[in-house]
Design a protein around this ligand. Structure first.
Ligand code: PHE
Ligand code: ZN
Length: 848
C-alpha cells in the first residue's frame, strides 16, 4: 500500500522550486534486475524560491551512496524522496539501484520484450533517480549508457560510442519528464531531412528486427510534419538526430521525449496487409503530434501539471490542423467532433467533469483526459476564429519569442494574444476554468427578410462548480433558402451574455439558419428544426460540417423516436439518405460519414438528454432495424456504389483511396443486413488489405455468422501481436446485442490473452466496454467482468487500470437495477486491499 491518505495537490498552493538545476550528468549501468544509476547534478538555490533544505523526489529507489561536493552524506529518507540541508550552490552525486524487470507499471525504466525503455511523464523520473521531478526545473542532460546491447539511445545528439557504452548530450534545457533512454536489439529504418535553416537531420525509426518494413508510413508522416511546422508555424527542428522507437508495452499512445520519441508500436508499424486506413491516419496524426511537441511542450513547457493543456491542447490543435491540411478539412473536422462528443462531452456530462485547467488532483496521471486534450484543442480553435488567422500566427510567434526555454502557464499563453491584438481575453479565459459543456438554445424567425436569432447560453453545474458565468462563444452562422441557395454566407457572432439577439439581412422570408458551422464552438446546440428543415440543410448547406450535422440530427431524432415510441424507421430520414448514397459529386469520405448512424453510446446520451432512461437492448435493436430499413430502401443504389467505389491498383493509404474504401465499406455494412452476408464473405476471401478484410469481418460478426472467417483470420495472424489485438477487439466490440459478453468471457481464457500487455488488455476488456449492449447487459455480467480484470491489473499497472475505470463513468444514465449493479462493481474495486492511488481516486470520483 502507498500513502495511507493521499493528499490532493492544489494549483493555489504552487510554489517556485527551492533549487534550480544547472547541469545533469547520468550514467546507467544496465542490468535487468539491478541497474545502477549514477547522477551528478549541479544545483543552485533559487533566489525566488521558498528557501529550506534540498528535497528530492524518489520512489522505489535503493540509495547506495550520496555526496555533496564530494563528501558523502546521509540524507533523511522520506516516503516519496529524501531531504538534506544544502549550501546555495553545490554538486550532488548519488548512486541508486533499480529493478527494471520488476517494473510492471511501465513508468520509469522498464523492460519490454527484452528491451530497456523509459516513460517519465508525468512523474516517472523519480523512479529512476532522486531529482526535483517537476516540469519547472529545466536543465541540459548528459547521459552515459553502459550495456552490451547493440543499440543505446538517449535524448539529444550522440557524443561518443565505444565498446559497451554510448554517450548522449542534449544541449536544450528540459524538465525530467522529457528524459528518455532505450537499449535493445533494434534495427533502424532511416532517412534524412534538411531543415529550412539548413540543418541536416538524421531520422531513425527503431523497431524489433522483422518490423523494419512497416516503418515507411511513419517516416513519411514525420518528414511531412517537419515541413509543415516550418511552413505553418515557422518552427524548425533543433538537433542533428531525431529518433523514434516502437515499444510493445506502453500505457499511452506515444511520448515526446526530446529527440527520442517513444511510441506504442501500434502507432508506428503499418503495412497494407496489417493496418487499416484508420490506423494509417492515426499514425500520421500521432507522429505529427509528438513531433510538434518539440516546440509546444519541449522548448516551451508547462510550469506545473495543472497547465497540461498548455502543451496538449495546443499540440492536438496543431496535429488536427496538419491532418486537415494533408487530407480534408471537412472530413477531419467531422471525425474530430465525433470523437469530441463521444469522449469529451461524455466526460463533461458525468462525475469526472473537470475544467480544462483543473485546480486539484490526487494523481496527475488521471488528468490526461479528453477534456485537457480535446476540449483544450477546441479552445485554441475558438481563439483563432475570434482573433483571425493572422493575429493567431502573430501571437504564436510572440509566444515562441518570449517564452523559449521557459516553463509557462495559461496566463502566459493568453497574454501573447492580448498583446498581439489588444483584445481583453479575461472572459475567454473562463473556457479553461469552468467545466461542463455549454448549452446554446437558438430560436430563429424571419421578419421582412431579416433573420432574427435569439441565442441563450447556460452551463450546467459540475462537481465542485455549482455556479457558472457566461463564456465567449463564437458561433459561425449562415442561412439556406428553401430553394437551396445560400442567402447568408458564413458570419461569426460572439455570444458573450446569457442571452443575446442578432439580426442578419437574408432577403427572403423562407430560409433555415445554419448555426455553429464548422462546429465553431464545442457546445450542445438546441435548435428546433423540423425534419424538412434538416433535410434541406443535409441537401444544400454549403458548410460541410453542418451538412453532416443535419443528417446526424435527423438520424438521432429518428432513432430516439423509434426507441421511445417503439415506432417504425422514419421515412424522411431513410429517403434523405438516397442522394448521400448516390451523389457522386460529393466526396466519398464525406458520404461514408453521413451514412453512418450515431453510436449506441451517442443514443444513450441523447436519450438521457431528453429525460429518458436508455435501454441498451432497445437501442441496439433500433439501430439494427434502421440499418435494415436503409438497406432495403436503397439496395440497388448501395450495390451500385459498392461496385463503383472499388479501388484498383496497389494499396495507397492516401485520403482519396481511403475515402473510396470507407464509402464502399459503409455500403457493405448496410448491404449485409439484406444479402445474408454474401458480399462480405466474398470480400473477406478476396481482400488484399486490412481495411477491406476487417470491414468484411466486422459486417459478418454483426450477423453472428463469422466463425469460419474468425478462425481463418486467427490462423493467418496468430504470430502478429498488433493484428491479433484487432482479432480480439473486433469480435467483442462488434458482437450483436448482449452476445459480446459471452465472447469476452470466452476470450479471457484464450492462451493469447496476454493481459499484462496494455494493448491486449484494452483489446479485450476495453472492447467489452465499447460494446454498449454487452457491457450494460441486464445481468450485470459486463460490469462484473470488467471489475474482476481491473482488480487483477491494478497491482501491476495502476495507470492503465485507472484509465479504464472511465468505462463506468456513465452509470448514472441507466435504470436503477443497472445502477445498482454498476455501483456494486465499483465498490468491489474500491474496497480492494492495497488499491492504487490512481484507481482509488478515479473510482471515488465516479461514485461521486
Ligand atoms: N505526452 C504524451 C502525448 O500527449 C502522452 C503521455 C502522457 C504519454 C503520459 C505517456 C505518459 O503525446
Ligand atoms: Zn501530447
Amino acid at each position: 500500500m502507498k500513502d495511507a491518505a493521499p493528499r490532493a495537490i492544489r494549483l493555489s498552493e504552487y510554489q517556485n522550486p527551492a533549487f534550480l538545476v544547472q547541469d545533469v550528468s547520468l550514467t546507467f549501468r544496465l542490468d535487468p534486475h539491478a541497474t545502477r544509476v549514477f547522477s551528478r547534478i549541479s544545483f543552485r538555490r533559487n533566489p525566488e524560491g521558498p528557501g529550506g533544505p534540498l528535497r528530492l523526489d524518489g520512489e522505489g529507489l535503493r540509495l547506495i551512496r550520496a555526496a555533496i561536493d564530494g563528501t558523502e552524506v546521509q540524507p533523511k529518507i522520506l516516503p516519496a524522496g529524501l531531504e538534506i540541508d544544502a549550501p546555495d550552490a553545490f554538486t550532488w552525486e548519488a548512486e541508486v539501484q533499480i529493478d527494471p524487470k520488476a517494473n510492471t507499471a511501465l513508468e520509469g525504466l522498464y523492460m519490454s520484450n527484452g528491451m530497456y525503455c523509459t516513460q517519465c511523464e508525468a512523474e516517472g523520473f523519480r523512479k529512476i533517480t532522486y531529482y526535483p521531478d517537476r516540469p519547472d526545473v529545466m536543465a541540459p542532460f548528459e547521459v552515459r549508457i553502459e550495456s552490451e546491447l547493440p543499440v543505446l539511445l538517449s535524448n539529444g545528439d550522440p557524443v561518443e560510442r565505444g565498446d559497451g557504452y554510448a554517450v548522449w548530450r542534449d544541449p536544450w534545457k528540459k524538465p525530467a519528464y522529457l528524459f528518455a533512454l532505450v537499449a535493445g536489439d533494434l534495427v533502424a529504418h532511416s532517412n534524412g531531412f534538411t531543415t529550412m535553416e539548413g540543418r541536416e537531420v538524421a531520422l531513425n525509426i527503431w523497431v524489433r528486427p522483422g518490423d523494419e518494413d512497416r516503418c515507411a508510413y511513419a517516416m513519411d508522416s514525420l518528414k511531412r510534419s517537419m515541413r509543415w511546422d516550418e511552413d505553418a508555424y515557422g518552427r524548425a527542428y533543433d538537433l542533428d538526430v531525431f529518433n523514434i522507437v516502437a515499444v510493445d508495452d506502453f500505457n499511452m499512445g506515444a511520448m515526446e521525449n526530446k529527440g527520442l520519441n517513444i511510441f506504442n508500436a501500434r502507432y508506428v508499424l503499418a503495412s497494407p496487409e496489417t493496418a487499416t486506413d484508420a490506423d494509417y491516419a492515426r499514425i500520421e496524426a500521432i507522429v505529427a503530434h509528438e513531433y510538434f511537441h518539440n516546440w509546444t511542450g519541449n522548448r516551451i513547457t508547462c510550469r506545473d501539471w495543472f497547465q497540461l493543456c498548455l502543451k496538449e491542447g495546443l499540440t492536438v490543435f496543431r496535429d488536427q490542423t496538419f491532418s486537415g491540411d494533408e487530407r480534408s478539412h471537412a472530413v477531419k473536422r467531422i471525425e474530430d467532433v465525433q470523437m469530441l462528443r463521444a469522449r469529451q462531452f461524455r466526460e463533461d456530462a458525468g462525475p469526472l467533469a473537470h475544467p480544462v485547467r483543473p485546480t486539484s488532483y490526487i494523481e496527475i496521471n488521471n488528468f490526461y483526459t479528453a477534456t485537457v486534450y480535446e476540449k483544450g484543442a477546441e479552445i485554441i480553435g475558438m481563439l483563432r476564429r475570434l482573433i483571425g488567422e493572422d493575429a493567431y500566427r502573430e501571437g504564436c510567434d510572440l509566444y515562441f519569442d518570449r517564452h523559449d526555454g521557459q516553463a509557462c502557464t495559461i496566463e502566459d499563453w493568453l497574454k501573447v494574444f492580448e498583446d498581439a491584438t489588444g483584445r481583453d481575453l479575461a472572459q475567454f479565459a473562463r473556457w479553461y476554468a469552468q467545466a461542463g459543456t455549454p448549452r446554446v438554445t437558438a430560436e430563429t424567425r424571419i421578419e421582412g427578410g431579416t433573420l432574427i436569432l435569439d441565442l441563450a447560453q447556460s452551463l450546467p453545474a459540475t462537481p465542485g462548480q455549482p455556479e457558472k458565468a457566461p463564456q465567449v462563444i463564437p458561433l459561425a452562422i449562415g442561412a439556406i433558402a428553401r430553394d437551396g441557395t445560400e442567402v447568408l454566407p458564413t458570419a461569426v457572432v460572439e455570444l458573450t451574455e446569457t442571452a443575446q439577439t442578432f439580426r442578419f439581412e437574408v432577403g427572403t422570408d423562407d430560409a433555415v439558419a445554419s448555426i455553429n458551422r464548422g462546429f465553431s464552438a464545442p457546445v450542445i446546440l438546441d435548435q428546433t428544426l423540423s425534419a424538412a428543415d434538416r433535410a434541406l440543410l443535409l441537401a444544400h448547406d454549403t458548410d460541410p460540417f453542418n451538412k453532416w450535422e443535419a443528417g446526424r440530427a435527423l438520424a438521432r431524432t429518428a432513432l430516439v423516436d423509434m426507441i421511445v415510441q417503439s415506432g417504425a424507421p422514419d421515412r424522411h430520414f431513410v429517403d434523405a439518405l438516397g442522394p448521400v448514397i448516390s451523389d457522386n459529386a460529393q466526396d466519398p469520405a464525406f458520404r461514408a460519414l453521413a451514412l453512418a448512424l450515431p453510436s449506441d453510446d451517442d443514443l444513450a446520451q441523447a436519450l438521457t438528454d431528453s429525460n429518458a432512461t436508455p435501454d441498451p437492448d432497445a437501442i441496439d435493436a433500433a439501430r439494427t432495424r434502421m440499418q435494415t430499413a436503409v438497406a432495403t430502401a436503397h439496395e440497388g443504389a448501395l450495390d451500385a456504389v459498392y461496385d463503383a467505389m472499388k479501388v484498383s491498383g496497389p494499396y495507397n493509404p492516401d485520403a482519396t483511396d481511403a475515402g473510396r474504401r470507407a464509402l464502399r465499406n459503409a455500403a457493405l455494412s448496410l448491404l449485409t443486413h439484406v444479402d445474408g452476408g454474401d458480399r462480405a464473405r466474398a470480400q473477406f476471401a478476396a481482400a488484399d488489405n486490412m481495411t477491406d478484410c476487417l470491414a468484411a469481418l466486422s459486417a459478418l460478426i454483426r450477423t453472428g455468422q463469422a466463425e469460419t472467417e474468425l478462425q481463418a483470420f486467427h490462423d493467418r495472424w496468430q504470430n502478429d501481436r498488433l493484428v491479433m489485438d484487432k482479432w480480439f477487439a473486433l469480435q467483442i466490440a462488434g458482437a450483436p446485442g448482449e452476445t459480446g459478453l459471452a465472447v469476452a468471457q470466452r476470450l479471457v481464457e484464450h492462451p493469447a490473452f496476454d493481459w499484462k500487455n496494455p494493448n491486449r488488455f484494452r483489446s479485450v476488456i476495453g472492447a467489452l466496454g465499447m460494446n454498449h449492449a454487452s457491457f450494460h447487459a441486464r445481468s450485470g455480467g459486463g460490469y462484473a467482468l470488467v471489475a474482476d480484470w481491473l482488480i487483477r491489473l491494478d497491482p501491476l499497472n495502476p495507470q492503465t487500470t485507472a484509465r479504464m475505470t472511465t468505462l463506468f463513468e456513465t452509470w448514472h444514465r441507466y435504470d436503477v437495477d443497472r445502477q445498482d449493479q454498476a455501483k456494486a462493481a465499483l465498490r468491489r474495486i474500491q474496497s480492494t486491499e492495497g488499491l492504487s492511488r490512481d484507481t482509488s481516486e478515479m473510482v471515488s470520483r465516479i461514485l461521486g
